[in-house]
Design a protein around this ligand. Sequence first.
Ligand SMILES: NC(=O)c1ccc[n+]([C@@H]2O[C@H](COP(=O)([O-])OP(=O)(O)OC[C@H]3O[C@@H](n4cnc5c(N)ncnc54)[C@H](O)[C@@H]3O)[C@@H](O)[C@H]2O)c1
Length: 449
Amino acid sequence: MNESPIFDGLTRRRFVQAAAAAGATFAIPGAFARDRAALVGAADELAVAVIGPGSQGINLVNNCLKIPGIRFTAIADIWSYSQRRCSGLLKKYDQPVTVYEDYRDLLDKEKNVDAVIIATPDWVHAEQANDCLRAGKHVYCEKEMSNTLDGARSMVRTARETGKLLQIGHQRRSNPRYWHALKLIEKDQVLGRITHFTGQWNRPKQYEVGWPKKYTIDAAVLKRYGYGSMEQFRNWRWYRTYSGGPLADLGSHQIDVFNWFLKTRPAAVMASGGLDYYNGQDGRDWYDNVMAIYEYPGANGPVRGSYQVLNTTSHGGFFETFMGDQGSMTVSEDPRKGHFFREIHAKKRDWEAESKTVEMMDREAFELKIGETLAPDGSKSAEGQRLLAESKKPVHQLHLENFFNAVRNGTPLSCPPEVGYETAVSVLKANDAVANGCRIEFTPKDFEV
Ligand SMILES: NC(=O)c1ccc[n+]([C@@H]2O[C@H](COP(=O)([O-])OP(=O)(O)OC[C@H]3O[C@@H](n4cnc5c(N)ncnc54)[C@H](O)[C@@H]3O)[C@@H](O)[C@H]2O)c1
C-alpha cells in the first residue's frame, strides 16, 4: 500500500513540470531517484485540502503550517463560521483556498489535490474518506475512524482497493515519548511480566457547546446534512447518531495504546456506564461515565486492565499505566506525566542515577526522560537523541509528518487503517457490553476485514 511517489500521478506531474522548466532531459523513473534532492521545494510540494476545519481541523491546519512543502488549496465545511475562520487563517499564511460547502464539489473540482485531511464528526468519516480515496487522494482521517464497525471496515477495504494511503488520527502512535516507553518495556524489560494495566480520561463537567447566533445554519441546510438542530450539530459527541460516545471519543486513543503496547487484541470486555449526571438536561443520549474491564491474552499469561472516562471530574486527568512484576510505568500525552516505579527487588538501571525522582503515592518514581538511557559503552544512544529532538515538536505535527513522509517517500504509516480498525473493534464492542450489561468475548473473526 505504501507506494512510491513516482507512481502518484500528481506528484509525478509536478515533478515533470519542474524538471521541464529546469531544462532537464531525462526519463522517469530512473532519474527520479537520482534527482530526488532537486525535488525538495516547489516541485515536491503537496497540495492539501481539509474537510471539516472545526476545532480539531484548525489545530491540524496550524500544525501543517509548520511542515515544509505543504500547501492548502481548498477547504470544505458546511458551516460558514468554520469556512471563514480557516480560509482567513490560511490567507494570512499566503495560502488562499477555494472554499466549498459540500466536500463532493471539492472532489469534483480540485483535481490537483494530493491529500485530504478529514476532521468532521465521526459519523461522516467513512463516507468522506471512501469518496476521497476513490477520487485518488491520500487521506489523513481523524479518529474515531467511524462510529460504526461497518463504516470502519469499509474504509480499510477502500484503502486496500485504491492503494491510497489512509492514516487514522491516533497521534500517540507517532509520539516519541510513547516510543521511548515502549523501548524500555520491550527491549529493557523494565516491567518484567506485565500482568495488569489501567487508564483513564477524567475531565471536568462539560458544558453545552454554543455558537455565535449570527452563524446559525438554516434548518433546511442542517437537515440536508443530517443534523436535527444547531444544538445537535455543535454537540454531536453526545449523540449516538453522530458519535461512538466517550469510549470512542477519548478512550479510543488509550485503548489503542493498550493494544499497541501489549502487541495483541483484547480477548474479552465487560463494562458499565450511564447517563447519570446530564440525564434529561439537554437531550444528550450517550452515557456520561463508563468503566470497562478488558482481558488480554498477554505474551506470558493473561493481562487484565481497567479503563474509565468520567465527564464530571478531572481527577487524575488522562494517562495509561502498565504494571508488571518488576515495575510499573505511567505514560500520557500530557508531557507532565511519565514515570517509572521499580519494584524493590528488581534490577537497578544505569540511567536511574541521572534521572529525576519524584514522590508519587508514597513511593519514589523516576521521571521518564527520552534520551537518558545509555548505550552499552556508556554513550548516549543515537536513537534516544533522535527521539529527544523529535519530542520537541507538537504531537499532531509528528503524526501529520509521518503521513506526509509516507505520501512522499513510501515510508510506513504509524496508524494505518488496519490498526485503526482493531481499535474501533476494541472500543465499539465495549459499547455493546455497556448496552447489554454483559461480558463480551472477542473472536478472531471480529477483527477480520
Ligand atoms: N486526535 C485528536 O487529538 C482529536 C482531538 C479532538 C477531536 N478529534 C476528532 O476530530 C474530529 C472533529 O472534532 P472537533 O472537536 O473538531 O468537532 P467540531 O464540531 O469542532 O468540528 C467539526 C467541523 O466539521 C464540520 N462539519 C460537520 N459535518 C460536516 C459535513 N457533513 N461536511 C463537512 N463539514 C462538516 C463542522 O461545521 C465543523 O467545522 C472528530 O472526529 C474528533 O473525534 C481528534
